[in-house]
Design a protein around this ligand. Structure first.
Ligand code: PLP
Length: 403
């Protein structure tokens, strides 16, 4: 079990008072807070090792390179991959755009289809819209029913025209955990490329990309206690056959006036000076999560979510959008007719940070028949005491916003 009180001491921001109230941070699905070990790793990089990587033989640069490549090795291990299959990117959004520009734009043709679901984040919609518009292909959505992918609908839409299937591992709105292994099997049996948006999975549960057998798997460091950096796992054979996403320094072996020879993977996809301090921070985040144990992280979030759902039932007018069980630590809800922004404002006055809006999932909002929802999301530093404060503040919001 996680010792929340002890964990909280590692997060300097959590000792902040918000207008005299304890900060109750329930927006980790947007971005997580950072432990002091991560903050120090970034600071230490600038204080002791700052220099550019891969480009010099002096000692300082060798240290930076070792830190950067060492981070890649450790993060690769964390998700069950090999180092040369892991590309550093800015975030999940950039990772999915990389796949869209560097794979899909070269492989999708007129009449092809890309199959996603109604529960995707805009990051896993807009790159495919771009590809489909540019290539005369069709973007197809599997329906969401009872807060899960309607598998009959999914299977009926998986056809010989489907070149790519791209799905969220965990929904950032519903908390639904999709059966990515089943989706992988169906997709690969259909000869479709299988892409997973793991932004809400890697921070919260043990993920093994080889076990899932995805062709690409994207995630963000800033949602898993790390700095603003992300990673894309790609099957090596596929990465090797791809054109680069961006062109510039570091990603070439040779350049002439009219031509260039690309570097090996993964560096072929890392044009320009990379985010070395952020990589050094992310590896500390991974170490922190490993010390906690990802199975315990998952168990903790399950218990907390269960507890919160039960408590929220006590407030009349609360409607939860998401499955009851087997779910991640995000709870989306509405409260009568109150606008989610107003709810978030009232909760803010109690020191509670939640998010209100469409959560970058407008097609899902349309499918759910709402404009916006409120969302509380939990992580390793949240405890039952946070749920108590949250639910009490929700009661206040109900009284204040009664219409
Ligand atoms: C499911 C999902 N996919 C993608 C993203 C985009 O992540 P980022 O903003 O780090 O690129 C998010 C962010 O909230 C998300 O929840």
């Amino acid at each position: 079990m996680l010792n929340v009180q002890r964990i909280r001491k590692d997060f300097p921001i959590l000792s902040r008072k918000m207008d005299g109230k304890r900060l109750v941070y329930l927006d980790s699905a947007a971005t997580s807070q950072k432990p002091v070990s991560v903050i120090n790793a970034v600071k230490e990089f600038y204080e002791k090792h700052n220099s550019n990587v891969h480009r010099s033989v002096y000692k300082l640069s060798e240290e930076a390179t070792e830190l950067y490549e060492g981070a890649r090795d450790a993060i690769a291990k964390f998700v069950g991959a090999k180092s040369d299959e892991m590309v550093f990117v800015r975030n999940t959004t950039e990772a999915l755009n990389l796949v869209a520009y560097a794979w899909a734009m070269h492989n999708i043709q007129k009449g092809d289809e890309v199959l996603i679901t109604e529960m995707e984040h805009h990051s896993n919609i807009l790159p495919w819209q771009m590809v489909c518009k540019a290539k005369g292909a069709k973007l197809v959505y599997a329906k969401v029913r009872d807060f899960a992918i309607d598998m009959n609908d999914f299977e009926s839409k998986l056809t010989k025209r489907t070149k790519i299937v791209s799905v969220a591992h965990v929904s950032n709105v519903l908390g639904t955990i999709n059966d990515v292994k089943r989706l992988e099997k169906l997709s690969h049996d259909n000869n479709s490329l299988f892409v997973v948006d793991g932004a809400q999975a890697v921070p919260h549960m043990k993920v093994d990309v080889k076990d899932i057998d995805a062709d690409f798997y994207a995630f963000s460091g800033h949602k898993m206690l790390g700095p603003h950096i992300g990673m894309l796992y790609g099957r090596k054979q596929i990465l090797e056959g791809m054109e680069p996403f961006m062109r510039g320094g570091s990603m070439v072996k040779d350049v002439t006036q009219q031509d260039a020879k690309w570097n090996d993977v993964p560096w072929k996809f890392e044009a320009g000076t990379p985010a070395v301090a952020e990589a050094a921070g992310l590896v500390e985040a991974v170490r922190y999560l490993q010390r906690l144990d990802m199975d315990d992280v998952r168990k903790h979030e399950m218990q907390l979510t269960e507890y919160a759902l039960k408590k929220m039932q006590g407030i009349k007018g609360v409607r939860v959008f998401g499955p009851r069980t087997n779910r991640g630590g995000v709870i989306s809800f509405t409260l009568g007719n109150a606008h989610p922004h107003d709810i978030a404002t009232v909760l803010d006055s109690e020191g509670v940070c939640i998010r209100g809006g469409h959560h970058c999932a407008k097609p899902l909002m349309q499918a759910l028949g709402v404009d916006a929802v409120s969302r509380a999301s939990f992580y390793v530093y949240n405890g039952k005491d946070d749920v108590e404060v949250f639910v009490k503040a929700l009661g206040k919001a109900k009284a204040v916003l009664r219409r």
